[in-house]
Design a binder for this molecule. Structure first.
Ligand SMILES: Cc1cc2nc3c(=O)[nH]c(=O)nc-3n(C[C@H](O)[C@H](O)[C@H](O)COP(=O)(O)OP(=O)(O)OC[C@H]3O[C@@H](n4cnc5c(N)ncnc54)[C@H](O)[C@@H]3O)c2cc1C
Length: 423
């Protein structure tokens, strides 16, 4: 497999781009693996990569019912940040951001991580005080780049927002994380797939798990669309389909609901917005950035009804475009190019699960919603550690299913210090 470098890019440029081979194999399924990971999204692929790289487990299969990145991995708005407030979440997301900062080098694959700043607009003195408290907490607990900007600073950095004093929600300042930004979601999936494949992992696309056979406390076999597969250990990383797999394993109900989350992209524009900007006040919930191709990429709230449909709908178009017009009226005549939806697995406190399950050889990675893209490196890292060592690392001890029984939720709505400061 080609190792990417400035030299290989230069050489292939000279020789008609004929030297690029396949980036990962397309193997036939084996009947048995040491570890089978169900779900070829970011979390499944990252887990396979770190299991092989950090723990030397290489007899692994990743089973994906469709194609790599066809789920939420390839549908999100790609925002990466670590401005979380709750103990446990804070350290986890900061660690994930640190992994992002070296990910392209680690994978030898350009994931186009662009640390362009995450700017959450503030619209009242109370919001500024609350953000200052939360961003000071970030600084005190290991995130050095938390800043509060006053209005003159914000106007200098992002001049074309709607600064009208008569706006329904006048802009008064912003909470900023400069190391935050965006990445290319497909590239992350492909980079992890390529990295895992190089270490011997079998990535099996078009391989749907249709049934789970078990004894009282162990998974014995997975029924798949490409034949039965047995495994020493089984890991679920299927995002919006978690409840379905959980039911197949006969495990009852999970504290998870599957909701639609939509995203939108406009026609390409000349460079307009260098940062990720978030607007969330008075019922609005909106985040926007500009892709490298020029499209304005934006998203908002969940559809708020439960569904497995991966399609958009017009009420959310209206919602998103109204919010866009409130803060960036210059977008008024821009055409919308595409919109789509993914199915996110919302947990009841907004925080994820990386944990063991009632079955001794089954492990769960789920409950990702707004934070699932940014979390994928740390999620894969610690899920791999859990599977390899059969005990949770102290970093993920609070992300278990029992936290609801204990009454110790990590109540963050998947959002960050303020539910409205995210994306
Ligand atoms: C519109 C939208 C915008 C978002 N924006 C952001 C953002 O800006 N920042 C952020 O951090 N997060 C964001 N997210 C959340 C993030 O994308 C998800 O939390 C994350 O991608 C989920 O993990 P994943 O990539 O592993 O999931 P997926 O990519 O959904 O992977 C799960 C895989 O499991 C497969 N699967 C399901 N059932 C089976 C089965 N029975 N057998 C085999 N395979 C199966 C699916 O086909 C799928 O490929 C957004 C999500 C959406 C939908």
């Amino acid at each position: 497999m080609t190792r990417f470098s400035a030299w290989t890019v230069f050489w292939n440029g000279l020789t008609g781009q004929k030297g690029w081979g396949r980036q990962w194999r397309d193997p036939e399924p084996k009947s048995h693996y040491d570890v089978v990971i169900v779900g070829g999204g970011l979390h499944g692929l990252a887990t396979a990569y770190y299991l092989a790289k950090n723990h030397g487990v290489t007899n692994i299969a990743v089973l994906e019912k469709g194609w790599l990145g066809g789920g939420n991995a390839g549908r999100n708005t790609t925002i990466v940040r670590s401005n979380y407030g709750r103990p446990g979440n804070r350290e986890f997301y900061e660690e994930s951001l640190r992994l992002w900062e070296n990910l392209s080098h680690d994978l030898n694959y350009n994931v186009m991580f662009s640390q362009r700043s995450h700017i959450a607009l503030l619209h009242s003195p109370g919001a500024i005080d609350a953000a200052a408290r939360n961003y000071n907490t970030m600084r005190l607990t290991g995130t050095p780049d938390a800043e509060i900007w006053d209005l003159p600073t914000l106007k200098r950095e992002v001049p074309h927002l709607n600064y009208s004093a008569t706006a329904r929600f006048p802009i008064m300042g912003a909470a900023v994380q400069k190391r935050a930004g965006t990445a290319r979601h497909d590239a992350v999936a492909w980079g992890y797939a390529r990295g895992a494949d190089q270490l011997g992992v079998d990535i099996l696309q078009q391989c749907e798990v249709t049934g789970v056979k078990r004894t009282e406390d162990t998974v014995t076999e997975l029924e798949t669309s490409r034949g039965p597969i047995t495994a020493g250990k089984v890991a679920f990383a299927v995002a919006g389909n978690t409840s379905r797999l959980w039911t197949m394993a006969g495990l009852g109900r999970l504290p998870i609901e599957s909701h639609k989350l939509q995203a939108f992209v406009s026609e390409p524009l000349k460079p307009l917005l260098d940062q990720v900007v978030v607007f969330g006040v008075g019922g609005a919930h909106f985040y926007i950035s500009q892709s490298d191709k020029g499209g304005m990429v934006f998203g908002g709230d969940l559809d708020w009804y439960k569904s497995y449909a991966q399609r958009g709908n017009l009420p959310m178009v209206q919602d998103g475009c109204e919010a866009a017009m409130s803060i960036l009226p210059c977008l008024g005549r821009v055409k919308l190019l595409r919109h789509w939806s993914g199915v996110v697995d919302m947990s009841m406190d907004g925080t994820h699960f990386i944990c063991k399950t009632p079955l001794s050889n089954l492990y769960l990675n789920a409950g990702w919603n707004y934070g699932g893209f940014k979390a994928s490196p740390a999620s894969g890292w610690y899920f791999a550690d859990l599977i390899a060592n059969d005990r949770p690392h102290e970093r993920i001890q609070s992300f278990d299913l029992k936290r609801f029984e204990r009454g110790i939720q990590i109540d963050e709505r998947g959002a960050g210090p303020d539910p409205k400061l995210h994306g």
